[in-house]
Each structure stands twice: as structure tokens, then as C-alpha cells.
Write a protein that binds this ligand. Structure first.
Ligand SMILES: *[C@@H]1O[C@H](CO)[C@@H](O)[C@H](O)[C@H]1NC(C)=O
Ligand SMILES: *[C@@H]1O[C@H](CO)[C@@H](O)[C@H](O)[C@H]1NC(C)=O
Ligand SMILES: *[C@@H]1O[C@H](CO)[C@@H](O)[C@H](O)[C@H]1NC(C)=O
Ligand SMILES: *[C@@H]1O[C@H](CO)[C@@H](O)[C@H](O)[C@H]1NC(C)=O
Length: 427
């Protein structure tokens, strides 16, 4: 080899090294920047200030405004003052609850629940906080609800229901809703949740995980891939405040992604949610959750029937789950596991406080639901079935094709129908 060649090779090697070093540093900076921004946005209360709340003043008072700074002194700078600790939760069934907020957490089965709640509101003629027509399935997510994200009502009307995607922020939503509003949410086992996120948002492709089992590869080294996640979005549409692959459920519930390692904050946050939410459903125990929902809201069996929950969705990638993957994800997405474990325990505690007939009611519901489902598969227009009244449904239930149709109606239809119905009440 002649001298110039050696020199040239050396030069190329140096240039390559420099590029690698620069890219690595940039990765790190991007991640840190993203996390810093998320915490900063959280602490600076950026989005509340843009919300106008004159549309609902059911208490006769302006609830946000001049005393904003006063209120914001709590340990939760973002949330401001704590709710009264004696806020009574819905426990004793008196009359059907028709004011409710469903915190719609991505990929927890919440789309199906959302449709069920749309159906309830549609059938009962309730007023929805509806997303604007240009974003019909999103109310400000991944940010908090702002005035421009929903269709306001004229004075004299108030909202009853909010079920579409927005990041949970109690004080903003409280300002729109009547004081006796029930708050519900739904969670899913974090590893199952991640599997669903991987599949729905094509995460393996985004993160270039060209392996046989992308989930396993990701979980062996989440930090590395997580960085790619941040970089990708920096190039497209600015820094996003959430990570698909880390505490994504907690994000929708209002916990900032930048506090992923702060377990003290996370625990305080979970405690707070426990006080604020009336019921958290768990997808793994769907039928039990729905019976609790029925009892909490004083609803009827008709209200909680469903056609399919999209749990059996076929995944695009091979992702056999192993205990090791679960352990790795638990290390990485600690806040989501904390949330899940807490609310799963709460669910079972609530179930144990219900009467002995809880199990029987669940079994009865499962059998009625499957009867209705198989009836609805048939196409005979005049046909109907009657579910006799029982201990758990005071009135007998007639199911005909009209009801079947409702059961299979997609969210977009309800959205459009309610939009039309509400249009005379809108500003
Ligand atoms: C709601 O606000 C309007 C305008 O500020 C006011 O005129 C009205 O009296 C308020 N309603 C109640 C119930 O206080
Ligand atoms: C909660 O406590 C406050 C002050 O102690 C009291 O004024 C209010 O009536 C209580 N609310 C309920 C629902 O018990
Ligand atoms: C949910 O909680 C129950 C009761 O504490 C427990 O037996 C069950 O294993 C938990 N489920 C999951 C998926 O963690
Ligand atoms: C189904 O029942 C409802 C009342 O429960 C009725 O209004 C509707 O017309 C019925 N539909 C059919 C197709 O018979």
C-alpha cells in the first residue's frame, strides 16, 4: 500500500468516527430535550390558560380566571388545588347517572367502550362535548382540552358527556361538566397494551426493529429504541410530549412522560387519581368491570351489551410474550405498572364488597350478551327475542333488529348523528 492510500483510509476512518459520535450525542440531546420540555409544559400550565370557560357556569361562579395563581400552589403545580377529600363517590344506586366523563386511554379497549357510551348518550338524548368536525375523533390530544378543540353550547345548555381523546386534566374538564359528573377510565395490562401499541402504530417499522420478534428486541434494550422514537418525531412535526413505548397509559391520564423515573411523584399521582375517579375498568376483567359500571351508574343491562371488544384483533407481528419481557417492561414503564396494579387491586376490592350475587350477575350478563350477539348475527327483520326480567334487570328486555343495528353502529355514525342533533344548541 502506498502512503497516500493509507492516509486516505485513515482520513475516512476519522470522518466516520466523528459522524458516529455526533449522531450519538444528538440522540441523547434530543431525548433529554423532549423530556425537559414535557416537564416544563406540565409545570407551566401552558394549556389551561388557553381555555375559555364561560360556556358552563352551573354553580353561578367563574371557576377559572383571576385566582388561577392562587389555586396553583398545591404540590401539583399542574393541577392546582386538590379536590376536597370528602368528594363523595358514586356508590349507592339511586337514579341512572347521566353525567359522565370517560378518560379515553389509547389501546386499552377504550374505543369499544367509547362506542357503548356514545350509544348510551344517543339513546338518552344527552349533550356531548364533541370534537370539532376537522378532528372528529380527537379533542386536543396529545394536549389538554382547549377552547378551540370542542364545539361549545349556547347559554342555557350544559354538557352531559365527554368520551373522546384528550389528556386528562381534572380542572379543565370540571369546568365544562356538571358538578355530579362521574369519572371513569379503562386500563389494560401494560405488556398487552404495549403489544397492541406496537401493532396499531406500526412501531417496529418506525423504530426499524427488523427482527423476528420486535417486541422482545425492543424490551431487551428499550432505551436505545426509545431515542429513535423521539428523533423520528422531531424530524416530522416537532417534539411530541409522549412516548408510545413508555408509560403511554399514564400519559393519557395526565402524567407527564418526563417524570418516568420519579416514583414518588407517580405514587402521589396514583393516589390522587384514586380519589378523583369513580371507576377504573380493567380490560382483562371486562365483564366484571362492566357489571361494576352498571352498578356504579345505576344503568340497565341494555346499556352495557356489546357486540365485540376488539381484544381478539390479529396482530401484524409475531410477539409471543414471555415472563422475561414482562420483567423488562416493568423496569422500563414503571408508572403504567404502578397504575395497573393499583387499579386492578381496587377493582377486586370493590368486587369483594359487592354482594354474593356479583358472580351470578356476571354469569347472567355473559350469557345474555352471547344470546343477543348470536341473535344479531341473523338477518330476519321481524324476529325478536325477549330476555325476561330478573333480579338484575327489573324490566324485560326485547331485542329486535333495530337494537342490533345500534349495537353494531360505529362511533362515527353516533358522532354525526349527535352533531346534527346538537347543532341547534351550539354557538
Ligand atoms: C352565567 O353567566 C352569565 C354571564 O356571565 C350570567 O348572566 C348568568 O347569570 C350566569 N348563570 C348563573 C346560573 O349564575
Ligand atoms: C365536604 O366538606 C366541606 C367542608 O368541610 C363541607 O362544606 C361540604 O359540605 C362537604 N361535602 C360533602 C359532600 O360532604
Ligand atoms: C389483578 O388482581 C387480582 C387480585 O388482586 C389478582 O389475583 C390478579 O392476578 C391481578 N391480575 C393481573 C393481571 O395482575
Ligand atoms: C324494535 O323495538 C322498538 C321498541 O323497543 C321499536 O321502536 C322498533 O320499531 C322495533 N324495530 C323493529 C324492526 O321491529
Amino acid at each position: 500500500m502506498k502512503l497516500p492510500h493509507v492516509f486516505l483510509a485513515l482520513l475516512c476512518f476519522l470522518v466516520a468516527c466523528t459522524v458516529v459520535v455526533i449522531l450519538t450525542l444528538q440522540n441523547r440531546q434530543t431525548v433529554e430535550y423532549g423530556e425537559r420540555m414535557a416537564v416544563k409544559a406540565w409545570k407551566s400550565n401552558e394549556y389551561t390558560s388557553t381555555l375559555e370557560v364561560e360556556y358552563w357556569n352551573g354553580t353561578g361562579e367563574q371557576q377559572l380566571g383571576t385566582d388561577e395563581k392562587e389555586v396553583d400552589k398545591g404540590i401539583w403545580p399542574y393541577f392546582g388545588a386538590d379536590l376536597p377529600t370528602n368528594r363523595s363517590k358514586l356508590q349507592i344506586c339511586t337514579k341512572s347517572v347521566q353525567h359522565f366523563v370517560f378518560i379515553n386511554i389509547h389501546k386499552t379497549g377504550s374505543t369499544t367502550l367509547c362506542v357503548m357510551l356514545y350509544r348510551f348518550g344517543y339513546v338518552h338524548g344527552l349533550n356531548f362535548v364533541l370534537p370539532q368536525a376537522r378532528t372528529p375523533d380527537n379533542m386536543g390530544w396529545p394536549h389538554y382540552l382547549r377552547a378551540q378543540d370542542y364545539l361549545p353550547l349556547k347559554g342555557g345548555y350544559h354538557f352531559d358527556v365527554l368520551v373522546d381523546h384528550t389528556v386528562y386534566h381534572r380542572r379543565i374538564i370540571d369546568n365544562l361538566m356538571p358538578a355530579d359528573t362521574a369519572y371513569i377510565a379503562m386500563l389494560r395490562y401494560p405488556l398487552h397494551h404495549l403489544e397492541s401499541v406496537f401493532s396499531s402504530y406500526k412501531v417496529p417499522r418506525q423504530l426499524k426493529l427488523d427482527t423476528k420478534n420486535p417486541l422482545e428486541a425492543f424490551l431487551r434494550n428499550p432505551e436505545t429504541y426509545h431515542r429513535k422514537d423521539y428523533i423520528r418525531t422531531k424530524l416530522s412535526s416537532g417534539q411530541k410530549p409522549y412516548s408510545l413505548t413508555r408509560n403511554f397509559m399514564a400519559y393519557d391520564l395526565g402524567y407527564p412522560s418526563g417524570l418516568a423515573e420519579d416514583m414518588e411523584m407517580a405514587q402521589a399521582y396514583v393516589k390522587r387519581l384514586d380519589r378523583e375517579l369513580d371507576l377504573v375498568l380493567i380490560l382483562e376483567y371486562l365483564d366484571e368491570s362492566l357489571i361494576l359500571l352498571k352498578r356504579t351508574m345505576c344503568w340497565s343491562i341494555r346499556d352495557i351489551l356489546y357486540d365485540t371488544f376488539n381484544t381478539a384483533m390479529r396482530y401484524r407481528y409475531a410477539m409471543d410474550l414471555t415472563p422475561e419481557m414482562d420483567l423488562n417492561y416493568k423496569q422500563w414503564s414503571k408508572v403504567d405498572y404502578l397504575l395497573y396494579d393499583h387499579f386492578n387491586n381496587t377493582l377486586w376490592k370493590k368486587i369483594s364488597q359487592e354482594g354474593d350475587d356479583f358472580r351470578q350477575e356476571v354469569a347472567n350478563f355473559v350469557s345474555v350478551n352471547s344470546r343477543v350477539k348470536s341473535f344479531c348475527k341473523k338477518k330476519n327483520k321481524d324476529d325478536h327475542i325477549v330476555i325476561p326480567a330478573s333480579k338484575w334487570n327489573a324490566e324485560e328486555l326485547t331485542v329486535n333488529q333495530t337494537f342490533c343495528h345500534l349495537l353494531k353502529t360505529a362511533r362515527m355514525f353516533f358522532y354525526k348523528a349527535i352533531l346534527e342533533r346538537q347543532s341547534s344548541k351550539q354557538l
